[in-house]
Design a protein around this ligand. Structure first.
Ligand code: ADP
Ligand code: MG
Length: 352
């Protein structure tokens, strides 16, 4: 398992970064508002800038130590970065861009081969092309390929999706995940999007005003932020095998069927559903306009400011709804309660 120990300080103009943390795991997120210091941290880990003091250790090896006067050169750290802007070499074609890091990596470290990666990222049709006329998403796939082919010990992805539109962002996420899974490269995924965190990471380091907070998980963070966030808690649902039904699409969601009005039918699609779009009933309502009425069991409840999050099991599938405290008291909702959840077909937003 990848182990990264960070205990550093860095001043840049009026901004000061002070991060002390231990990261263990293959899929870690660095989450924080714009300007909180995420990119600065990425630059410090990769060796693009030098801390004022402290130490950085990767898998037991010092990358930096002010006490021991160690500052390993960036190219020797074997840490690759994918940036928000792909930053490909404009004078090289796609293939030359891809092979750039591979050629510079020591032969004994060349475990990931170009053929396997080109397959995985579906880059074959692009290989002979120049990089100027690639689309934004294609550029990002090439940049990812170049980073992975450098056979790094650690991959840093600094908001790799932020410059892309929504549809493209969610098409690229499976590629980003698969390089970690198929090639076993641990990564730090940096973003200010909680949805991206939920899809890409298991653990999160949160940065606020240049300071690191206690470690958390995407689930804990989503719960904590439910009340303040304009869309509440965003449920991510993978729905499959749609059939046309009365002008809507009937998808399978585990053992359940859901009627949805958005999206083009595809074998599997990813949807988001806000906790605020779910209406809970204590008894079965006789006649309602919402197209989905699901019988469910309360498995857990949590607080987020004045709101109560209700974690529901719908035939084994998880859903989080949100109500105000007075409603939870009036309906006498407790773990174990049976409820009916009503959801309009138009409440589902398709992501990919
Ligand atoms: P994030 O990636 O989380 O958006 P950054 O790490 O890019 O944040 O920046 C954190 C803060 O540091 C910002 O306020 C930014 O203006 C400041 N900053 C970054 N680089 C420099 C620099 N070279 N000189 C002065 N201030 C800087
Ligand atoms: Mg940044």
């Amino acid at each position: 398992m990848m182990m990264l120990h960070i205990d550093i300080e860095k001043k840049l103009g009026n901004f000061s970064l002070q991060v002390k943390t231990d990261i263990a795991g293959e899929r870690t997120g660095i989450f924080g508002e714009s300007g909180s210091g995420k990119s600065t941290l990425v630059h410090l880990i990769s060796g693009l800038i030098e801390p004022d003091k402290g130490e950085i250790m990767l898998d037991g090896e010092y990358l930096f130590s002010s006490r021991k006067k160690i500052n390993m050169a960036a190219e020797r750290r074997r840490i690759a970065i994918v940036f928000q802007q792909a930053m490909l070499f404009p004078h090289m074609d796609v293939k030359a861009n891809l092979m750039y890091g591979y050629k510079r990596c020591r032969p004994e470290n060349r475990l990931i081969k170009a053929e396997a990666l080109v397959d995985l990222l579906q880059l074959q049709p692009l290989l002979g092309r120049g990089v100027e006329n690639l689309s934004g998403g294609e550029k990002q796939r090439v940049a990812l390929g170049r980073a992975v082919l450098a056979n790094p010990r650690l991959l840093l992805m600094d908001e790799p999706l932020s410059a892309l539109d929504d549809a493209l962002r969610f098409q690229i996420i499976p590629y980003l995940r698969s390089v970690g899974e198929k090639f076993g490269i641990p990564y730090l995924f940096i973003s200010h999007s909680l949805t991206e965190m939920q899809l890409m990471t298991d653990h999160i380091l949160e940065i606020k005003n240049g300071r690191s907070l206690d470690g958390t998980t995407p689930e804990q963070l989503a719960r904590k932020r439910m009340a303040q966030s304009p869309n509440g808690y965003l449920n991510l649902l993978r729905l499959s095998s749609p059939r046309h039904e009365h002008g809507l699409l009937a998808y399978q969601w585990g053992k359940n069927s859901l009627l949805v009005s958005a999206g083009e039918p595809a074998e599997e699609s990813l949807f988001e559903l806000s906790s605020r779009e779910i209406i809970l009933f204590k008894k079965h309502p006789e006649a309602i306009s919402a197209r989905n009425l699901l019988e469910c069991t309360v498995t857990e409840m949590f607080e987020s400011d004045s709101r109560i999050g209700i974690v529901l099991s719908v035939n084994g599938e998880k859903l989080v709804a949100e109500i105000v405290r007075s409603a939870s008291e009036e309906l006498n909702i407790t773990p174990g309660s049976t409820l009916f959840a009503a959801i309009k077909a138009s409440s589902f937003r398709v992501l990919a």
